[in-house]
Design a protein around this ligand. Structure first.
Ligand code: ADP
Length: 476
């Protein structure tokens, strides 16, 4: 279903497409296949609504966001189950994501009221400077399948709080979750045209409309570096604002003074979260030579205890990969690493027993002896593979960690305050977890450097992305 100008409707073409469960291969829904013309109508609706929404007081806009938060929490269980069916992550992880997603409505309900201006000192005695922050206008958002609810609310909540209106195009793999977010917005009473949803199986024409339509003031994208870079370069032609949250290649550094068991526990939890399908997933685990054996033993032991399967089943902590292509990429990286001399400690194959062949399951995998010649060292695997690299020297590991085009998340384990601070300052990444695997929250700025993107989502930085700065110079 499309949600345009406050109404649910089918695609203009009358076509729809099927949504499947990646754990079972079953069809779980049929969704409107929106076209470029549908996207254009949604942009028109958002432009019209902008005239009124941007003039609402911050207190009024805030009320709608509080209502959306309340509804998301009320519907948490149903939404989490839907997410597990549509995206595959275990139910517990899905519940956590719904909470995280709802938190953006709550945080920005509050931040809406804290968009302050400034009065600045002016050079002349008869002059006054005032700075206003005003909404940029209509926002077009493109979101991914790996966090199908929170990646939408992380854009919609600050946009609406700032006074912008928005059109969202969710990933073709997870439109049902997107529809439920928009059901919450609708039921929260958000006025027609303020938030619009265009589902589609064919994203390119919608992306074309977003970057070419002059009524769109800003494009915000979360997804692959490849698509994001193309969209940004095209948006530049009409000088649209862009925010991009792209891939990552996170280093996870364990120093000799870390507690190896604790670090290995952290690595096992964050690496296999969402089956490794997260842009902040550790992709290069650097372990000091002196503690590598203990670290590896604990990690392999924990991985051996993981259970893959349908995320609705009790005790499952590894869901499926999103599709066959993803599974093949993971397998290719593992095969290439082993061919180049890595040691397969555990895992390393597709899981097909007990009905898992109906989905896209890959065994959680640990590779040791990983070196820079291997694909897994250089590319984002986006799967359940933990590549271990050993090191001896602080400067060496810092330069290895920074030696990537990406710059999203990095993790450091050490008990030395000085070392922690040197790493925090020296790592060229937007998010650094120090003995911490979950440095994310609605209140915190999330985003990357280099090819990992432009801009930040969450925190007070997140709303700034949707605001223009206007200077008034008054002669009195
Ligand atoms: P992934 O490899 O993680 O699926 P993508 O960048 O392909 O990453 O997908 C992220 C989002 O970008 C999804 O909503 C997808 O539909 C959208 N997308 C993919 N290709 C295009 C395109 N050519 N134009 C606009 N959006 C696109």
């Amino acid at each position: 279903m499309l949600y345009v100008d406050g109404e649910w409707r089918g695609a203009g073409s009358g076509r729809s497409f099927e949504v499947t469960n990646p754990a079972t291969g079953e069809t779980i829904g049929d969704v409107a296949d929106g076209t470029r013309a549908d996207a254009s109508q949604a942009v028109i609706a958002a432009s019209v609504a902008f005239n009124t929404w941007s003039r609402f007081t911050a207190f009024e806009r805030s009320e709608y966001l509080y209502a959306a938060y309340g509804l998301m929490i009320e519907r948490k269980e149903a939404l989490a189950r839907l997410m597990t069916e549509e995206q595959g992550k275990p139910l517990r992880a899905a519940r956590n994501e719904v909470q995280y997603a709802a938190d953006f409505f709550l945080w920005y309900a509050e931040e809406a009221k804290r968009v302050y201006g400034d009065v600045l000192p002016a050079p002349r005695s008869d002059q006054r400077f005032i700075v206003l922050r005003q909404p940029v206008g209509v926002v077009a958002a493109i979101t991914p399948w790996n966090y199908p609810v929170s990646m939408i609310t992380r854009k919609v909540a600050p946009a609406l709080a700032a006074g912008c209106t928005i059109v969202v195009k969710p990933a073709e793999q997870t439109p049902l979750c997107a529809i439920e977010v928009f059901n919450a917005l609708h039921d929260a009473g958000v006025p027609a045209g303020v938030a619009n949803l265009v589902t589609t199986a064919n994203p390119a024409p919608i992306g074309d409309e977003f970057v070419e339509n002059p009524a769109v003031a800003k494009v915000t994208f979360t997804g692959s570096s490849e698509v994001g870079t193309k969209l940004a370069s095209r948006a530049a032609a009409s000088m649209k604002r862009v925010s991009l949250e792209l891939g990552g290649h996170a280093p996870f550094i364990v120093f000799a003074d870390a507690l190896p068991e604790y670090a290995a526990k952290g690595a096992s939890l964050v690496k296999f979260l969402n089956t490794g399908q997260a842009c902040i997933s550790p992709n290069r685990i650097f372990v000091h030579r002196g503690i590598a054996d203990v670290f590896l033993d604990v990690l392999v032991d924990r991985v051996a205890g993981m259970r893959a399967g349908n995320g609705l089943a009790e005790g499952v902590n590894i869901g499926p990969l999103v599709d066959m292509q993803a599974l093949e990429k993971v397998d290719r990286h593992v095969t290439d690493a082993v061919e180049h001399g890595a040691t397969l400690q555990i895992g390393g194959q597709r899981l097909i027993d007990d009905g898992l062949d109906a989905g896209f399951f890959y065994a959680p995998t640990v590779l040791s002896g990983v070196t820079p010649e291997m694909e897994v060292y250089n590319q984002e695997t986006f799967g359940p593979v933990a590549p271990i690299i050993t090191f001896t020297d602080d400067d060496e590991v810092l330069s290895l960690a920074n030696d990537t085009g990406y710059g999203l998340a990095a993790y450091v384990y050490t008990q030395s305050l000085g070392r922690a601070m040197r790493m925090f300052e020296g790592l060229h990444f937007g998010i650094v977890g120090i003995n911490d695997i979950n440095p994310t929250a609605a209140a915190a700025p999330f985003g990357g450097m280099n090819q990992s993107g432009i801009g930040r989502e969450g925190g007070r930085e997140g709303i700034a992305e949707y605001l223009e700065v206007k200077l008034g110079g008054f002669s009195i």
